[in-house]
Design a binder for this molecule. Structure first.
Ligand code: AMP
Length: 566
């Protein structure tokens, strides 16, 4: 993109459709566009995936290798009677098998649902039950700990594939390496319709169970276009997205977009470490880097002297997503890397980047940027039956997008009403509060609901509260996010106790342990306070917002900034 205003005037979704190949008869398959297409166009020898394991292993896959292995995986599924619409779940860390399974599943016309491997047994069970998981890929330990005990309550689960091979295979499981070794790498990519379901990503709301956002193959039009425009991806790029595919960023931009662009993508299995990250950026000559504010804050804490010890001159484009990126981080990165982090905004439901600071545009530090060409974004006020679009700049309201972009979620699985509620008068309501300035840049203000963002991960208070009240001592629980310098927010729980239980430190520790065991480290509260009572509305609803106002020192009578505009 040379110039934002020209692109906005001249480009629409048809422009972006024309950037893909399609299959005969206007059929469209994400895996075909991401992998097979490159091989057919003679780019099979190009390196697609460069993987670094936790123990120092390294593996490299060309586009031809990826085609062969995803063909094999798809064939393995269909040979066993799975195919269109089968829900294939993964509970794997960032290992090559995850990437092959994701693309192989799509190739078979089945639906891929990645779960974050740090989830505890309860989030795993609920998401598998809601999505009626039929096939699961997992590590032997995760399976034994998180899935095997609940297998009786997952009647749809027909096949469990374990990787790497365990010492003694668990009953009712299959060794992935073994079945693949006996499967030929021959498969004709499924001729899926653009509207066929492809991906299921779970997200959290204020109330109720996790929501399964349904995405279709047509989403690849947005993945490809935004990868090129918002992340400035080109075929010769070495690209590193640090997100885990268990979250939507790690799939849309950690698998699909870079492969569609024909780039080489880096995957590192291990978690954050400032020195290792800088060393990787230098050694692998990374040119485009997509990460999140929590990591950037940790890098800032590690100091500006550390990156000076590395040659990071190949870095051409830096982007950030998932939480507000403060202006200070943008200016810091410009100084340290010679180019600033470009903030962009989107969410599970949008499937792809919707608002961004583009390479072709000046970055406004602290702003999320401007809507993608072909996307209409507005600040709206919610009125009884409809919405009022706020035209004046710098007035906060709810961020809304005009419905109809290709990567828009098509429903919340089996919850059509919940889905319908997010749309008004042809606009999708994002649940975020934002402002637009006089130059058309959007600024994040806050969430319009009680959902918590911790280290870039969306956490529904209800899921945490439900796990806490399962403890024998807990009568009620209320969960909020409290500000944290590193993670943006951390989860804090307030609980009241049943008669006969004393608020001892020992009990508090026991509750922390209980939550961690059930929910896993990514979701469990970091702090638990035992309270005599919880504040509630006249109708008896617990007021999380009041708890939050007290916690962050806002006057209790003035919680207007925490109120939803609905
Ligand atoms: P998720 O669906 O887990 O990807 O989370 C989406 C939510 O993360 C959004 O609705 C925002 O609340 C938040 N978010 C994502 N990107 C940004 C950003 N650039 N600035 C501020 N908040 C963001």
């Amino acid at each position: 993109m040379q110039d934002y205003e020209t692109a906005r005037r001249d480009w629409n979704w048809d422009t972006f459709r024309s950037w893909l190949d399609y299959l005969p008869g206007q059929k469209l398959n994400i895996a075909y566009e991401a992998v097979d297409r490159h091989v057919l166009h003679g780019r099979g020898n190009k390196e697609a995936l460069r993987w670094f394991g936790k123990s120092g292993e390294r593996k490299s896959y060309t586009y031809a290798d990826l085609k062969r292995e995803t063909d094999r995986f798809a064939r393995m599924l269909t040979d066993r009677g799975f195919g269109p619409r089968t829900r294939v779940y993964s509970l794997l860390g960032r290992v090559p098998e995850l990437y092959i399974a994701a693309l192989g599943t799509l190739k078979a016309g089945a639906v891929f649902c990645p779960l974050y491997s740090a989830f505890g047994p309860e989030p795993v069970r609920s998401r598998m039950a809601i999505g009626k998981a039929e096939v699961l890929l997992a590590g032997p330990r995760d399976y034994a700990k998180k899935v095997a005990p609940a297998r009786g309550s997952l009647p749809n689960l027909k096949m469990v594939l374990l990787t790497p091979s365990g010492t003694a295979p668990a009953p009712d499981t299959v060794d992935l390496a073994e079945v693949l070794a006996n499967t030929p790498a021959q498969f004709e990519c499924a001729q899926t319709d653009p509207q066929d379901m492809a991906l299921l990503h779970f997200t959290s709301g204020t109330t109720g169970t996790p929501k399964g956002a349904v995405h279709v193959h047509e989403a690849v039009i947005a993945h490809n276009a935004t990868g090129r425009i918002a992340l400035d991806l080109h075929e010769d790029d070495i690209y590193w997205c640090t997100a885990d595919p268990g979250w939507v960023t790690g799939t849309s931009y950690g698998i699909i977009a870079p492969l569609c662009a024909g780039a080489t993508m880096i995957v590192e299995e291990a978690e954050f470490d400032a020195e290792r990250w800088y060393a990787l950026l230098e050694r692998e000559k990374v040119t485009v880097w997509y990460t999140a504010p929590t990591a950037i804050r940790l890098l800032m804490r590690a100091g500006a002297d550390l990156p000076k010890q590395y040659d990071l001159s190949r870095l051409r484009f830096l982007a950030s997503v998932g939480e507000p990126l403060n202006a200070e981080a943008v200016t810091w990165s410009a100084k340290v890397f010679g180019t600033p982090f470009h903030d962009n905004w989107w969410q599970t439901e949008t499937g792809g980047i919707m608002i961004a600071n583009y390479a072709a545009m000046d970055v406004k530090p602290g702003s999320m940027g401007k809507p993608l060409p072909a996307v209409d974004a507005a600040i709206v006020e919610i009125d009884n039956g409809g919405i009022i679009i706020i035209d004046e700049p710098n007035i906060p309201g709810q961020l809304a997008l005009r419905a109809g972009w290709p990567s828009m979620f098509r429903t919340y699985l089996d919850e059509q009403q919940r889905y319908d509620k997010t749309f008004r008068k042809g606009w999708y309501l994002t649940g975020d509060l934002a402002m637009r300035d006089e130059d058309g840049y959007f600024w994040f203000v806050g969430r319009a609901d009680d959902v918590i963002k911790s280290a870039g991960h969306l956490i529904g208070p209800f899921e945490v509260e439900s796990a806490l009240v399962e403890h024998i001592a807990v009568a009620e629980a209320a969960v909020i996010g409290i500000p944290d310098e590193r993670a943006g927010e951390i989860v804090k729980a307030f609980v009241t106790l049943h008669h006969g239980f004393e608020p001892t430190d020992e009990l508090r520790k026991d509750l922390l342990g209980h939550a961690r065991k059930k929910l896993g480290s990514a979701i469990a509260p970091r702090q638990i306070e035992i309270a005599d009572d919880l504040p509630r509305t006249r109708s008896g609803k617990i007021m999380r917002r009041l708890l939050k106002a007290r916690e962050i020192g806002l006057p209790e009578g003035d919680i207007s900034t925490l109120e939803t505009p609905t």
